[in-house]
Write a protein that binds this ligand. Structure first.
Ligand code: PPE
Length: 306
C-alpha cells in the first residue's frame, strides 16, 4: 500500500491526501490520454533533501503533454516550484514524486473540446522498487510474450498513461510465472526496454544500451551513460538481440523507481557469475553517491528543497 503523506498539489492548491479525488467520468480514466512523471528525492549527506534531475523530469512532462497535443495550464517554472513545495509541505526527506496531467470531465467520446486539463503532484516514501535484495544481489528477468509498442502505434518519447497497459500486462505475465521483471522486445524483435526500466548490457568492458528510437528516453539512462563515460567505460547506443542478453557479462536496468538494479538471470540463463558485476557495481555506487550529493561535479543534477 502506498504510504500516505499529508497534502497533494491539485491545480495550484494543496488539498488533503484523502480529498484529492476525481469524477468517474474523467476522460483520462476512460481513454488513457494523459501524461505522468516519476521522480525521486533523496536525503543528501549534509541532511538536506534534493530532487534528482528535476528540470529534466519537468521538461519530459511538458514534452509528453505536447506530444499528446494538450497543454498544461502552468509554466515549467510553476510546475518545478510546485514539486519542490509539495516535497517540503509533506516533510518528505526521501521518496517518490508523481506528477500527472490528465483530462477531466466534460465531453465524453474521443474528441475533447471543453474538458479541463488537471495537473496534480503527489509524493510518498518509496523504497527499492524491485526490493532491497534485488538492488543488492540482482533480479531475475524474463522476456515477455508482449512486444513493446510499434513506433506507429505509440509515441514512446512521451510518458503516457495509456501506454502502461502494455507494461502492466508484461509485468503481470512474468511475475505470475515466478520472475521479478519483464523485458519487452520491439516489433522487429530487438530488446527495447523493461516494463518500467531501460536496459543495459556489458560485455568485455563495453556497455551497450538500446538507442532512443522507440523507447522512453530514461533520465536515469542518461545519467548512467554520463557516469559510465566519466568512469572510463565506453558506451554504445546500439540495438541488440535477446541472445546478447544471455551472453552478456552483466545486465542491469535503470529507472527512477528501480534506480540501478542488477539482473542476475534472464530467461533462466545465469548472467555472468549470477551476481552484480564490477561495472554494474561501480556505476551503482557512483549513482548513489551522486544522488546523496557526494559528487561535486554532479551537483547541477540536484534541486535542493530548502
Ligand atoms: N522505460 C519505461 C517504460 C519506464 O516506465 C521508465 C520509468 C523508464 C524506462 C526509465 O525512465 P527514467 O525513470 O526516466 O529513468 N518508469 C517509472 C514508473 C515506475 C512505476 O511503476 O510507476 C519510474 O521509474 O518512475
Amino acid at each position: 500500500m502506498v504510504e500516505k503523506t499529508k497534502k497533494i498539489w491539485f491545480d495550484g492548491k494543496f488539498v488533503d491526501w484523502d480529498d484529492a479525488t476525481v469524477h468517474v467520468l474523467a476522460h483520462t480514466l476512460h481513454y488513457g490520454v494523459g501524461a505522468f512523471e516519476g521522480i525521486r528525492c533523496y536525503k543528501t549527506t549534509d541532511g538536506r533533501t534534493a530532487v534528482f534531475r528535476l528540470k529534466e523530469h519537468v521538461d519530459r512532462l511538458f514534452d509528453s503533454v505536447h506530444i499528446l497535443s494538450l497543454e498544461i495550464p502552468f509554466t515549467r517554472e510553476e510546475v518545478f516550484d510546485a514539486i519542490i513545495e509539495t516535497v517540503k509541505v509533506n516533510g518528505l526527506e526521501q521518496g517518490y514524486i508523481r506528477p500527472i496531467v490528465f483530462i477531466g470531465t466534460g465531453d465524453m467520446g474521443l474528441f475533447v473540446r471543453t474538458n479541463p486539463i488537471h495537473t496534480v503532484i503527489a509524493v510518498w516514501p518509496w523504497g527499492a522498487y524491485l526490493g532491497d535484495e534485488g538492488l543488492a544481489r540482482g533480479i531475475r528477468a524474463k522476456v515477455s510474450s508482449f512486444n513493446r509498442h510499434h513506433v506507429n502505434a505509440a509515441m514512446t518519447k512521451g510518458k503516457v498513461n495509456g501506454y502502461y497497459v502494455n507494461s502492466v500486462l508484461a509485468k503481470w505475465e512474468v511475475v505470475k510465472a515466478g520472475y521479478d521483471e519483464a523485458i519487452l522486445l520491439d516489433t522487429e524483435g530487438y530488446v527495447s526496454e523493461a516494463s518500467g526500466e531501460n536496459v543495459f548490457i556489458v560485455r568485455d568492458g563495453v556497455i551497450k544500451t538500446t538507442p532512443l528510437t522507440s523507447i522512453l528516453p530514461g533520465i536515469t539512462r542518461d545519467s548512467v551513460i554520463t557516469i559510465a563515460r566519466e568512469l572510463g567505460y565506453p558506451v554504445q547506443e546500439a540495438r541488440f538481440t535477446r541472445d546478447e542478453l544471455y551472453i552478456a557479462d552483466e545486465v542491469f536496468f535503470t529507472g527512477t523507481a528501480a534506480e540501478i538494479t542488477p539482473v542476475r538471470e534472464v530467461d533462466d540463463r545465469v548472467i555472468g557469475k549470477g551476481e552484480p558485476g564490477p561495472v554494474t557495481k561501480a556505476i551503482q555506487e557512483t549513482f548513489f553517491r551522486v544522488v546523496r550529493g557526494e559528487e561535486g561535479k554532479y551537483q547541477g543534477w540536484l534541486a535542493y528543497v530548502e
